[in-house]
Design a protein around this ligand. Structure first.
Ligand code: ARG
Ligand code: ZN
Length: 850
């Protein structure tokens, strides 16, 4: 069953109010719902309440038993009037809910996940985002097992019952779509704080976890307060309820969920202390806390009309959380990391069988569309509009958007119109970013002719499934020219809006040969091809005044060298070595920036540059360059290691930068084959006072064959066996190993007593990580493909949402040689032919075969 965007119709019935009553019990929870429904328009269609696996035990209309029928999973009731009161009753079993959608149990906590279509697994309801309802929730549960009872909104009453049970009532005054409903019951404690909003409202904050985790919640609470202040300052948006609660649970299908006033999080994005969380984890906790908090306006106060508009809230909210993180530390480093992530996931998605526009036209299972395209490309689309409008007009546009659409379910089109209105611009052609899939490619050639230079820009957008022809798009390209002799800028930075297949720009008054700096700050999410020489790229990597462009020049230089080596064309490591040498020596640069700049592009990013990916040749070429860099600059790596070595843990941009460059240096020291490298890494592993250094040392050792490797793996396991989040790192580090026996090793990992498919984090730490380990996954025997397919099929039976997310690596068969492609296709065919396959996995696998 395909759902199409063009089929959107307003809801037949609205539900202004609902009262929910839960008798909570893990084996059998009774859910009673009372809905006030009103007919929307002059039709005579019945009321359809969606269900998923529900059986109606009672149905009453206006207090009397009423006639009803089931249409598949849905409850259908013919109603005579314009307004009625509907009561239903069902029983559900949270402890048997392995899909982790709807009401389920995680480590003794009862919690909910409703986005996108989980509410219909709890009660019969018009479960679509354009039906906005005021919720009253009453719940009762055994007091000893579930002393804490939380729901959306504000607590209004509570009390004790006979038989050791108690109850609580919550009331959310803001009408909301059903996907934002949440309820939690458990033995939880809170790290409490408060925040006073700009209008003087005092908000009680609580981060709820199990008692042993309480000490790991300060960072999340702090990030929440920073986020609340940031949204006031940057967007003028203030929090609107008296309480804001976050609950962390261990079993969660994605990162977190923005339920009104009651966010539910995957515990990996809440818990952090120096002994168990890396700098990456700390940053991710802050970013996800901010993301979910920002949804209170971009998502909750203004929600989506239908799921095709998902990027309206997700793309915008990712843009908001990226801007927040950029403001907490180095904006340049944050941009580099975001672009690296975009290229690794979204560019790959856009180039494959699952490519789709930021506003898709159809889906089989909406859960499959929580993608890098909707989130990260969606954020780039917002960023481009912010670039085109400039900060003041962009802020004026978001003010209009929030004010005009507050309390409604809006569309991407509504958002763009606000941009046009406040910006005084016409975004007609720009809208193609919402409807056309595929990553645009720009070629830029600069020809000098005396004192003039002519820049020729050409764009093409590649065909994607269902979209063979593409129209030219609006690509905002920031560019600048530098003089090769003096290093000085030859012009101010310009913002060029490339909107035709081909455009030419002329620069005059040149006194020296110009070098082109283009797509500065990654102003457009496109692939740029230039004819810049290794010398020019090395020059830019040392002299460009845009840090992103410097990083990019270095990456391009590395990429050109590596792809030449893979193709068997002539190549010279010299320019890369010189450029890395200069960057390492430049003491004015932020250490975190240096660490990013001197890292070689990943195997899979190199593969993305080739028509047919040769994983072995890529691995060899990359290792060879790594070894050369390691030996040619051996002294500098040692210096960088020593200079940043001794420090007590501190979470600050400077301290993170020091750890970053130190650990990159450690990797290069190991790559040089230095005899003392394993001992050095092991010393760091044992002596570290933080997880960043400990995991980096383990990661370095895991790629080798030393005795220290086994010792470190055993010590890590013993130290952290009781901590699921850290044990995930133990599994993941091994699944990412560059050793040539990794395909075999992951099969053993999956048989380890601590491996389980029931916990999504654990499943992803092995299968997800292995799927992006290009050389290991594409082992010529095909065992990597078989392993992933086996695990995916096993997981599909219990948790389709998380299973389907593991499929994309198998779907990339077109990019590999005939033998690998045939093996990958065979696994996809086996998956599609499996009886009882979920529609989640069916959609991903069948689209990948087409
Ligand atoms: N809205 C949540 C977030 O981005 C994610 C929900 C994911 N839901 C899903 N069905 N995949 O913050
Ligand atoms: Zn989100």
């Amino acid at each position: 069953r395909v759902t199409r965007r063009e089929d959107y119709r307003e809801p037949d019935w609205l539900v202004p109010e609902i009262a929910l009553d839960f008798e909570l019990d893990p084996a059998a929870t009774r859910v009673r719902a009372a809905l006030k429904v009103t007919r929307n328009g002059g039709h005579d269609r019945p009321l359809v309440l969606m269900g998923d696996g529900l059986e109606p035990l009672a149905v009453r209309v206006d207090g009397k038993d009423a006639a009803w029928t089931m249409e598949g999973p849905d409850l259908v009731i013919a109603l005579p009037g314009a307004a009625h009161r509907i009561e239903t009753e069902v029983v559900i079993a949270p402890e048997r809910n392995t899909q982790l959608q709807g009401l389920y149990a995680s480590g003794g906590i009862l919690c909910t996940q409703c986005e996108s279509e989980g509410f219909r697994r709890i009660t019969f309801f018009p479960d679509r985002p354009d039906v906005l309802t005021k919720y009253r929730v009453r719940m009762a549960a055994e007091k000893a097992r579930y002393p804490v009872l939380l729901a959306n909104g504000d607590p209004v009453a509570q009390g004790d019952l006979a038989d050791g049970r108690h109850w609580a009532e919550w009331h959310d005054p803001f009408p909301k779509p059903s996907y934002l409903f949440a309820l939690v019951a458990g033995d939880l404690v809170a790290n409490r704080g408060s925040f006073t909003t700009m209008s003087g409202r005092e908000v009680q904050l609580g981060i709820w976890v199990r008692e042993p985790d309480l000490a790991k919640t300060d960072h999340a609470l702090h990030a929440l307060k920073l986020s609340m202040a940031w949204d006031e300052k940057v967007y003028g948006r203030e929090y609107d309820l008296d309480v804001f609660n976050i609950v962390a649970v261990d079993d969660f299908n994605f990162g977190a969920m923005e339920n009104k006033g009651l966010n539910v999080f995957n515990s990996r994005y809440i818990l952090a202390d120096p002994d168990t969380a890396t700098d990456w984890d700390y940053d991710a906790v802050a970013a996800v806390v901010a993301h979910e908090y920002f949804h209170n306006w971009s998502g909750n106060r203004v929600t989506c009309r239908d799921w095709f508009q998902l990027s309206l809230k997700e793309g915008f909210t990712v843009f908001r959380d990226q801007s927040f993180s950029a403001d907490q530390g180095s904006a340049a480093v944050k941009r580099i990391e975001d672009v690296r992530g975009l290229r690794a996931s979204q560019f790959q998605e856009d180039a494959g069988p699952l490519a789709h526009p930021v506003r898709p036209d159809s889906y089989i299972e909406i859960s499959n569309f929580y993608t890098a395209t909707i989130y990260n490309k969606g954020a780039e689309v917002i960023r481009m509009m912010a670039t085109i409008l400039g900060p003041e007009k962009f802020r004026a546009a978001t003010d209009i958007y929030f004010d005009r659409f507050d309390g409604t379910a809006a569309t991407c089109e509504d958002f763009v119109r606000c941009m046009e209105e406040a910006g005084g611009v016409d975004l007609a052609q720009f809208r193609l970013w919402y409807s056309q899939a595929g990553t645009p490619r720009v070629s830029a050639t600069l020809a000098q002719d005396g004192g003039k230079a002519r820049l020729t820009l050409k764009q093409t957008v590649p065909p994607t499934p269902g979209q063979p022809e593409k129209a030219p798009m609006v690509l905002p390209l920031k560019l600048k020219l530098f003089g090769r002799v003096t290093g000085r800028a030859l012009c101010d930075e310009q913002l060029v809006l490339l909107n035709r297949p081909e455009q030419e720009l002329v620069f005059g008054n040149l006194t020296e040969p110009p070098v082109l700096s283009i797509n500065r700050g990654f102003s457009a999410p496109v692939v740029v091809e230039t004819d810049r020489t290794p010398d020019q790229l090395a020059f830019l990597s040392a002299h460009d005044d845009d840090p992103f462009a410097r990083y990019e020049a270095m990456q391009q230089l590395m990429l050109d060298t590596l792809t030449a080596a893979v193709r068997g064309a002539p190549f010279d490591h010299g320019p890369v070595i010189e450029a890395v040498r200069n960057t390492l020596a430049d003491t004015r640069l932020d250490r975190a920036f240096v660490a990013d700049a001197v890292l070689l592009p990943s195997d899979s990013f190199i593969g993305d540059q080739m028509d047919i990916v040769d994983p072995e040749a890529i691995f060899r070429a990359r290792e060879a360059l790594r070894r050369e860099l390691a030996t040619a600059l051996a002294g500098q790596w040692r210096d960088a290691y020593e200079a940043n070595r001794a420090n007590r843990f501190e979470y600050s941009p400077a301290a993170k930068g020091a750890r970053r460059i130190k650990n990159v240096a450690l990797g290069y020291i190991a790559a040089s084959g230095a005899a003392d490298a394993p001992a050095l890494a092991f010393r760091q592993f044992e002596g570290a006072d933080n997880m960043t250094d400990r995991q980096a040392a383990l990661g370095t050792l895991v790629n080798g064959r030393s005795d220290e490797r086994a010792a470190a793996l055993a010590a890590f396991y013993d130290r952290y066996r009781g901590n699921a989040l850290v044990l995930d790192k133990w599994f993941q580090t091994q699944a990412l190993s560059t050793r040539d026996d990794t395909a075999e090793a992951v099969e053993k990992l999956a048989a380890h007593p601590d491996f389980t498919l029931a916990n999504p984090n654990r499943a992803r730490s092995v299968i997800g990580a292995f799927g992006v380990n290009q050389r290991a996954f594409h082992h010529p025997s095909g065992r990597g493909y078989r392993f992933v397919a086996d695990q995916l099929l096993a997981l599909d039976r219990i948790n389709p949402q998380t299973a389907a997310k593991l499929l994309p690596p198998l779907g990339r068969w077109r990019r590999f040689d005939a033998e690998r492609a045939a093996r990958m296709r065979a696994e996809l065919e086996r998956i599609v032919a499996t009886p009882g396959l979920s529609k989640d996995t069916f959609e991903q696998a069948s689209k990948s075969l087409d």
